[in-house]
Ligand binder design. Structure first.
Ligand SMILES: Cc1cc2nc3c(=O)[nH]c(=O)nc-3n(C[C@H](O)[C@H](O)[C@H](O)COP(=O)(O)OP(=O)(O)OC[C@H]3O[C@@H](n4cnc5c(N)ncnc54)[C@H](O)[C@@H]3O)c2cc1C
Length: 440
């Protein structure tokens, strides 16, 4: 046996699972295809800029107790957001009182529907409703922008559940980004004796009631088979669903039909996120300082329409964002062109593209949709998906355990905190199956 438990994937879920198992004195081997930990958390430091460019996860959604506890352990903290939201329309910028999230309350009405339906179908009801038409448009923008989902596919009941859980109230960021928390998780794992195998791609997982055999290939193309009593699989659904090339991950025997049906009802949402570094925070000074306390900006009609500052920290960094169908429409566009589009949009928004260009220092982005180890940004539930997340989470034969944001079934799907909780849940399940209950 190479380990008691192999954990597949060193993102939030995998690190949390490995740490928890290591602390229970189990022999843990953490397998990760990339040459780094963190998965869809990717903090990029820019020389001279106080805040890192978070090319993946950036915010802390909802109460997120586990994340906040981990931040404290890492000597960091969650900092509340604040500031104004500005929307460009009719040639000027208007301060927007109502957030996307508050307009999404409209989804509460979907609870009384006899059957699930798509967000698109649900919102169509309000098309000719004078009072609610605008709210419905805003709610659609919320589903696309925040959930990264396609309204024609997304389950309205799942969105309503997520909204009720409080996860959608974006309220904080980790001080200094997610980097310190992930470094702490890695250090905790090492202290607990977890063995790391980075640049090690899993290709096939063979499972039976008393053990697993995991075929891996390292960065030099060398393959081997590793054996353990159990495995925790934290692969993103985009990876689990992917078929047809050398990055496919196979299962022997094939996953049961219920699991495959659940996977088919969980979609990967798509996002384009671009970090723009400037010489100064010039937007704080234009128009007599009107946008001095701006947190969010939105401009209709641009391919990348949403921008945010790093408030309450005054930084020279702007993040540009588009989610859902708008992000899919940009698939295949080169990084340099995405950065150019984001810069142009931000200049347009402020009414001075030349100034934005003069102040611009550099841009950074990561193509999560084209990334073979993510294949999208984060998951959402498709129409009729009901309990798909819980089905995906269910263990098989007390041998194969599942974690990762997509398996979070309490409204925290698609978040870092949800991923951490699933990792700890799967670790407890695996430890119990192996007869180890107490944390040592
Ligand atoms: C652009 C973007 C913005 C986001 N913003 C936020 C946010 O503000 N707040 C928030 O809470 N969440 C946000 N998220 C979502 C958040 O990043 C994820 O929910 C969370 O990080 C997922 O953790 P995980 O452990 O489930 O998956 P991952 O982090 O994806 O971990 C899975 C690991 O498996 C590895 N892997 C894949 N294939 C293989 C293989 N064949 N063999 C071995 N290893 C493999 C991957 O490399 C990865 O390290 C964002 C995501 C993106 C992409």
């Amino acid at each position: 046996m190479d380990a008691d438990v192999v954990v597949i994937g060193a993102g939030a879920a995998g690190l949390a699972a490995a740490r928890s198992l290591g602390r229970r004195k189990l022999r843990v081997l953490l397998l990760e295809a990339r040459d780094r930990i963190g998965g869809r958390v990717l903090s990029h430091s820019i020389a001279g800029i106080a805040t890192p460019a978070e090319l993946g996860a950036e915010f802390i959604h909802g109460p997120a107790a586990r994340t906040k506890a981990l931040l404290r352990e890492a000597g960091s903290a969650a900092i509340d957001m604040g500031g104004d939201a500005w929307v460009r329309e009719n040639g000027g910028l208007r301060c927007d009182e109502e957030s996307f999230a508050s307009s999404a309350r409209i989804f509460e009405a979907s609870r009384s529907l006899p059957d699930d339906e798509s967000v698109e179908q649900f919102l169509r009801r309000f098309e000719n409703d004078g009072a609610l038409r605008e709210t419905a448009q805003s709610a659609r923008a919320f589903v696309e922008g925040f959930e990264a989902a396609d309204p024609a596919i997304a389950s309205v009941k799942a969105i309503a559940d997520e909204f009720e859980s409080g996860t959608d109230s974006t309220s904080a960021r980790p001080l200094g980004g997610y980097g310190p928390m992930f470094a702490q998780l890695r250090d905790d794992c090492e202290r607990a004796g977890v063995a790391f195998a980075l640049s090690t791609r899993v290709r096939r997982i063979s499972w039976r009631p008393d053990g697993v055999a995991v075929e891996v290939t390292d960065s030099r193309g060398k393959s081997q088979t590793l054996h353990a009593r159990a495995a925790i699989v934290t692969l993103p659904v985009g990876v689990l669903r992917h078929r047809g090339d050398e990055t496919e991950v196979g299962f022997t025997p094939e996953l049961p039909a219920a699991k495959r049906a659940a996977l088919a009802r969980i979609e990967m949402g798509h996002v384009v996120k671009v970090a723009l570094a400037f010489r100064t925070a010039f937007w704080e000074l234009v128009t007599g300082g009107r946008y001095h306390d701006a947190a969010f900006f939105y401009i209709e009609g641009q391919p990348i329409p949403t921008f945010w500052t790093q408030l309450p920290i005054r930084s020279r960094l702007i993040v540009a964002w588009v989610g859902g169908p708008g992000a899919v429409a940009l698939s295949g566009v080169r990084a340099a062109d995405l950065i150019e589009k984001a810069l142009h949009g931000f200049g347009k928004l402020l009414g001075d593209t030349e100034l934005a260009r003069r102040e611009f220092v550099g841009g950074h982005t990561h193509d999560w949709s084209d990334d073979p180890f993510a294949r999208g940004a984060y998951s959402y539930v498709a129409v009729g998906g009901g309990n798909a997340r819980a089905v995906l989470a269910a263990p098989l034969d007390d041998t194969l355990f599942f974690a990762g944001e997509a398996t979070s079934s309490d409204g925290q799907g698609g978040t870092v905190n949800g991923a951490i909780e699933t990792g700890e849940r799967a670790a407890a399940q695996a430890a119990a199956a192996l007869g180890v209950k107490e944390i040592g």
